[in-house]
Design a protein around this ligand. Structure first.
Ligand code: SAM
Length: 327
């Protein structure tokens, strides 16, 4: 079965946030003094998440990404990973993490069936990393990256959000990693998400500028890595790894969008940049049948917008922050 939306896009990918809590405080992601957290019983339970994935998979969803908040702060996450992996039709299971708790869990996550991880890392300088993340230890993240590789949680993707005056002087250093490591180093445009976000136009770097700086190291050769993902990939001659650019603001990739999001409070969100959501948790807790869950999933696909209006002036920003939606 294939899930097709009103604009002939096939939706086969679901990103699921399993918590709105995080063990880091990245300045650009979590607004200062954020106190509004969901009560624990407002978060979807593992068995509810599995129930939704079973229904989604019957409709044609094949790829699942677990995110948050920070997914690895959740207890017994391997139970969830095993449960998802056991769902018929799920072919690819990945997780996005800040890496703080990954080193110790990499082996058990891989054994439970996790296929790969994306690790967010915004600086290679110890002091700066600590400042950006509100106390994170870069050495711990570097060990986690190695643990991910050692446990075949690959292809390993490193996500960087270059922000002017914060870490943009490290763009070249991040790109150079690909010369000696088989990683996908991905630069993500800083997006105007969340009403309290630090985003402003002066801090944001368009992909074009990021790519220019990367090109100062060497010629970038386009690579065909793209399986419906938003990144455009390149490599330096003789490099082992690849460099990706995710231009959510300057080049919308809506026409290729194959995804649906599920927030940690159980709301289906057809588009990251639109605050329209469908409450699935309430229906499940009222005893919705498999057919009813499927109907709501289909409805969220029907209302998936053709595109979003995110602009370089940041005017159309969403109400929820990234940590609340699930980045
Ligand atoms: N805790 C996990 C992590 O750190 O990867 C998963 C959640 S975090 C919200 C997911 C990603 O969203 C991170 O890579 C972070 O850099 C990114 N992110 C947060 N706010 C963003 C923004 N305004 N623009 C672009 N990316 C953002």
């Amino acid at each position: 079965m294939k899930l097709q939306d009103s604009f002939n896009r096939i939706i086969d990918y679901m990103r699921i946030s399993i918590t709105d809590r995080c063990n880091l405080r990245c300045t650009y992601c979590i607004p200062k003094g954020r106190v509004e957290l969901l009560d624990h019983d407002e978060l979807l339970r593992y068995e509810e998440i599995i129930e939704i994935i079973e229904a989604a998979s019957e409709l044609g969803v094949k790829k699942i990404r677990i995110t948050g908040g920070e997914p690895l702060i959740k207890r017994n996450i391997t139970t969830l990973i095993k449960g998802i992996k056991a769902v018929e039709g799920i072919e690819d299971l990945s997780l996005t993490t800040n890496g703080l708790f990954l080193e110790k869990q990499a082996a058990s996550l891989a054994a439970a069936g996790l296929d790969r991880v994306n690790i967010s890392i915004d600086s290679l300088k110890h002091d700066r990393f600590k400042d950006i993340t509100g106390g994170g230890d870069l050495d711990v993240i570097l060990k986690s990256i190695q643990a991910a590789v050692d446990n075949n949680l690959t292809p390993l993707k490193l996500n960087i959000v270059p922000i002017r005056g914060m870490n943009d002087d490290e763009i070249e250093d991040f790109a150079k990693i690909t010369l000696s490591k088989n990683y996908q180093v991905r630069f993500i445009e800083f997006m105007p998400v969340g009403k309290n976000s630090l985003w402003d136009r002066s801090k944001y770097l368009p992909t074009e500028e990021i790519r220019e700086r990367v090109s100062s190291i060497g010629r970038l050769i386009p690579v065909k890595e793209r399986k419906h993902g938003p990144a455009r990939y390149y490599r330096f001659e003789n490099a082992i790894g690849v460099i990706g650019f995710i231009s959510a603001v300057t080049h919308h990739f809506c026409e290729d969008c194959n995804r649906l999001r599920l927030t940690s409070e159980g709301k289906l969100r057809p588009c990251l940049f639109s605050d329209t959501e469908i409450d699935l948790k309430n229906s499940i807790r009222r005893g919705a049948s498999r057919e009813e869950i499927k109907r709501l999933l289909k409805l969220s696909i029907e209302i998936k917008p053709k595109g979003h209006n995110l602009r370089e002036d940041g005017i159309n920003r969403t109400l929820k922050d990234m940590v609340g939606i699930g980045g």
